[in-house]
Design a protein around this ligand. Structure first.
Ligand code: PMP
Length: 395
């Protein structure tokens, strides 16, 4: 099929546009904060992954500006050749120390970390074992790996054990989201690490939504459970709590060195820009210095849960600042988003394939910098819109 034909067959987006409820690529004309400007209107932002509210912190912004002044706007090459700056190495050391691992390696996005690490580490004698609801970047890493991929039902430990038993001579590599990005539940890591020990499996945890959120100091899921030793590789992104863009993998020094010399997503892609790196360094400093931000994030999360519960609105299996409201039908979900935006609240729709068919949801995400008043206002508006549309949250 020619590409024009393929494109012409895609009509779903236009159908939703014609209904006036198209929810994607909404242009924002302000900074990413608890309130944003859309179409000249101030809208409460309840769909950002800026969990600690650091994208507008003066220290983060001035670190980015200073890095541009010193190093320029880009590195014009990959880490492997001409694109390594002193601050890349500094940040790698800071991150390794933060998540209690020997070494770390930066990539230009979190997506590239998963793609580049899994595809490199799983050879023909291996099998990647993944939770069915793992992030798309993990799935793509599996697609590029030479080994087999086997999925188990979401957080189902018996299913995981059945898979591990069935692998025979293949070496298992278990890769899971620490916090699941759509429904906000935490992986049952203690059971996973126990099975990994029993079946000689390596474990990698995607901490995109856990860094800055879980753990005694915001170090992520492994630290939250006191299981840092049992998790060989910790992956993180900079596009959420760390207020920038990029990602990292942390683990044993020898494994990181192997990746440095084999991972194609690293070697054949330009290194993170100086401003991005310096922003992460500043954000990390603030995370370590101000644990009260994480405390406020959790207080806000509890406020949202309690308000939703009082309003009779289910928030699924949320255990974190990611709070889903299960709607079911895709178009209903888009309608809820559009009406909420009219009422001054920005939320994200999540439809298949990010969740199963018929399991569409709106995804709320809390920031440490939200006020209780903002959260109360949002829940009132959610209640109002669901009532107006005659939609009941499921679950
Ligand atoms: N893993 C998870 C669980 C994510 O949610 C995301 C981002 N949505 C990524 C990886 C990719 O991170 P990045 O935005 O840095 O590419």
């Amino acid at each position: 099929m020619r590409i024009q034909e393929r494109a012409a067959q895609f009509t779903a987006a236009n159908q939703v546009r014609q209904l006036g409820i198209y929810p994607y690529f909404r242009p924002i004309d302000s900074d990413q904060d608890t309130e944003v400007i859309i179409n000249n209107h101030r809208v409460l932002m309840l769909g950002s992954n800026n969990y600690l509210g650091l994208t507008n912190h003066p220290e983060v912004k001035s670190a980015a500006k200073a890095a541009i002044d010193r190093y320029g706007s880009g590195c014009a090459g990959s880490r492997f050749l001409n694109g390594t700056l002193r601050i890349h190495i500094e940040l790698e050391e800071e991150l390794a120390d933060f998540v209690h691992k020997e070494a770390a390696l930066l990539y230009s996005t979190g997506f590239q970390v998963n793609q580049g690490v899994i595809s490199t580490l799983v050879g023909r004698d291996g099998a990647v074992v993944i939770d069915r609801t793992d992030h798309a970047s993990i799935i793509d890493g599996c697609r590029l790996a030479f080994g087999r991929t086997v999925k188990f039902e979401h957080s189902d430990i018996d299913a995981l054990e059945r898979v591990l038993k069935s692998l025979n001579s293949l070496t298992p590599f278990i890769v899971i989201d620490g916090v699941f990005s759509m429904e906000g539940d935490i992986a049952p890591l203690p059971d996973i690490v126990r099975l990994a020990g029993q079946y000689n499996a390596d474990v990698m945890v995607d901490d995109a939504h856990s860094i800055g959120v879980l753990g005694p100091n915001g170090e992520g899921t492994a630290a939250h459970f006191g299981l840092t030793e049992g998790v060989g590789l910790i992956m993180g992104t900079f596009s959420k709590s760390l207020a920038s863009i990029g990602g990292f993998i942390a683990g044993d020094a020898a494994v990181i060195d192997f990746l440095k010399h084999h991972s194609r997503a690293l070697i054949f892609s330009a290194s993170p820009a100086p401003a991005s790196v310096a922003s992460v360094q500043a954000a990390l400093k603030i995370i370590k210095r101000e644990p009260e931000r994480r405390a406020k994030l959790w207080a806000n999360t509890r406020r949202l849960w309690n308000n939703l519960k009082s309003a009779g609105i289910s928030y699924g299996r949320s255990q974190t600042p990611i709070v889903p409201i299960l709607i079911g039908d895709d178009l209903d979900t888009f309608r809820v988003c559009a009406h909420l935006q009219e009422e001054g609240v920005f939320v994200n729709p999540v439809v298949s394939p990010a969740v199963g068919p018929g399991e569409a949801l709106i995804r709320l995400a809390i920031m440490a910098t939200h006020t209780f008043d903002q959260i109360d206002y949002a829940v009132e508006k959610i209640k109002l819109v669901l009532k107006k549309l005659g939609i009941q949250s499921k679950g």
